[in-house]
Write a protein that binds this ligand. Structure first.
Ligand code: F6R
Length: 588
């Protein structure tokens, strides 16, 4: 979380506008506060504002801040409340620093620095970095040596960039366990992702790996590895796809991304044709993922076990490595992630690497992300940049790849997958029915989602979408599990949203719905023409097209995304940037 950007511009250039453009692209990483600092005429000027980037922009418009070298930050608070005082850049004397990550040993370092007379003005862990750099600079070190000593002392994760009053043409940057790239264009840039530096007219990029750092002086960049030996990382062209196209005709990125699902699925099918032979000799599949990506992986378990006949374990990445699991021979591991940067998933992969000889595949949306770079092989979801914090099109694209893997030995299903985009379009045409439904739900304090089989993870995902963007408490349950406890929650006011497509489990789910109906009045069913005929007449139903049962998870999630969207709209929340969240979760 947190986004950082740095620009070393040409002499006389004012880089403030470019820093703000870069931060606009990084706001998905956190929006508790934003700030920037620039060096000019031997001074460092800092501007910071609590809340969204717009507040910083407003302040900047009323200021005369300028400089040809500067850093910027958009924050997702970890240490210290989201106040202006805790906003980055953080200063110490002649140094200003921006940081993404967590300094795990900051308490001890803070104590030592305080003993040395350093006064702490923020509650952040980052302030120790600023003081440590300043102490070294005051002792006569160069920025590069000061950075090196900081890297040797701090523990935890960091992507950081620092500027110096006494070295007005120098910026240093380093990373460990948090993403950082260096961009080359008319200026030299530093950024948490390629989108940010592409927006600052960079055409090429070099990735910093763990422990590596860079020193930028004017338009010269020197790179060093974790042992501080000079290196020359490969420079790669930035493809135009990294530049997000904005909201277009839509009110929100999320709605645009929901609507883009037919094309995202189409592109994903066309560019991924998993070969069934990848499962030859595999005796177990192990999937690690978080959040929405975890729910996509749960669906895959149903598919893999049914169609590949390979036992499949799906693990919450943040839990996995801490129980020291044993990994047997012949396991194929798969990390599923939209951002490719989620630290929990990355660490789970590292654990698998260290403790087994398993091949590790990744399903990722962001090209060249940390996870895709360490995987043995990668399947890219072709969803395009996903800006809305709540994941939508990346989820259905993940499901599409997972389905292509599961059906890789079943030609009939693979051929039928090609019909998915047009069925998605039909479902999106029902958005006005879902909009009406949102009015029945938007005043609820809580909601229940029910599904069976591979629709159970979709019930979980539907509930997560509602929670994230409307702030209504929602729970997904396996429909058959209700009677074991959660049914006590049902009363006339509780919305119970049921997923009941025709197929093997239809009658079972229909019985569970009857049980819910006997206890509550606010039951809604997503079903198909068969369900219209065979489910109770008096209940609100949204009728989706008849589809092959196996594809239901990919399609039934779409109206649930729309439902969450329209409920959030009615409740007036910030749909694209819901409170407390960030798109890329790079802290544990
Ligand atoms: C919810 C959502 C999150 C992410 C999770 C993992 O809408 O987006 O739950 O799915 O943080 O992120 P990735 O997929 O980037 O690893």
């Amino acid at each position: 979380m947190c986004g950082i950007v740095g620009i070393v511009g040409r002499p006389g250039e004012n880089v403030v506008g470019k820093i703000i453009s870069g931060l606009e692209k990084l706001e998905y990483r956190g929006y508790d506060s934003a700030g920037l600092a620039v060096v000019h005429d031997g001074y460092i000027d800092v501007l910071r504002a609590v809340g969204k980037l717009q507040n910083l922009k407003t302040k900047q418009e009323g200021s005369k801040i300028y400089g040809n070298i500067g850093i910027g930050h958009t924050r997702w608070a970890t240490h210290g409340k989201p106040t202006e005082n805790n906003a980055h850049p953080i200063r110490s004397g002649s140094v200003a620093v921006v940081h993404n990550g967590i300094v795990e040993n900051y308490k001890g370092l803070r104590f030592d620095l305080q003993k040395d007379g350093y006064v702490f003005e923020t509650d952040t862990d980052t302030e120790v970095i600023a003081h440590l750099l300043q102490r070294k600079i005051a002792q006569g070190c160069s920025p590069r040596d000061a950075l090196r000593s900081v890297q040797e002392i701090i523990e935890g994760s960091y992507a950081l960039a620092a500027i110096f009053m006494t070295f007005p043409d120098t910026m240093v940057a380093a990373r460990y366990r948090s993403p950082l790239v260096i961009g080359f264009g008319e200026d030299i840039c530093v950024g948490s992702d390629i989108g940010a530096i592409a927006s600052i007219a960079c055409s090429e990029v070099a990735y910093l790996e763990d422990g590596e750092c860079a020193e930028i002086i004017g338009n010269e960049v020197s790179f060093f590895d974790a042992s501080f030996q000079p290196i020359s990382p490969k420079r790669q062209k930035i493809s135009p796809g990294f530049v997000s196209t904005g909201k277009g005709e839509y009110a929100h990125h999320m709605l645009k991304e929901i609507m883009e699902q037919p094309s995202a699925i189409r592109r994903t099918i066309l560019s991924n044709k998993p070969d069934g032979r990848m499962f030859d000799g595999v005796s177990r599949i192990l999937i690690v993922a978080c959040g929405t990506s975890y729910y996509a992986s749960m669906v895959a378990k149903y598919w893999f076990e049914k169609f590949l006949k390979i036992p499949t374990d799906v693990e919450i990445a943040s839990e996995y490595r801490y129980r020291s699991p044993f990994i047997e021979e012949n396991v194929l591991a798969i990390a599923v992630t939209q951002s490719g940067e989620t630290i929990d998933t990355l660490e789970a992969m590292e654990y698998i690497r260290k403790n087994s000889n398993s091949r590790v595949a990744a399903i990722a949306n962001v090209r060249n992300s940390a996870i895709s770079r360490i995987a043995d092989f990668v399947f890219y979801t072709e969803a395009g940049p996903e800006v809305g914090v709540a994941s939508t099109k990346a989820f259905t694209a993940q499901l599409t790849i997972l389905a292509s893997m599961a059906f890789s030995r079943h030609e009939f299903l693979i051929n039928k997958l090609r019909n998915l985009p047009s069925i998605c379009e039909e479902i999106l045409d029902l958005q006005y029915l879902v909009k009406d439904l949102a009015e029945k739900i938007c005043f609820a304090d809580s909601a229940i989602y029910l599904g069976r089989g591979s629709l159970y993870p979709i019930a979980l995902e539907g509930a997560l979408k509602l929670k994230e963007i409307s702030y209504i408490h929602a729970e997904g349950f396996a429909a058959g599990e209700m009677k074991h406890g959660p049914i006590a929650l049902i009363d006339d006011d509780m919305p119970v949203i049921c997923l009941c497509p025709s197929g093997e489990l239809f009658d079972k789910t229909a019985s569970n719905i009857q049980v819910a109906l006997a206890r509550g009045k606010n039951v809604v069913i997503f079903t198909d023409p068969y369900g219209r005929k065979h489910l109770p007449q008096e209940v609100t139903k949204i009728i989706l097209p008849e589809i092959i049962e196996e594809f239901a998870p990919i399609l039934y999630v779409i109206p649930l995304q729309l439902l969450a969207y329209y409920v959030a709209l009615l409740r007036g929340t910030d749909v694209d940037k819901p409170r407390n969240l960030a798109k890329s979760v790079t802290v544990e």
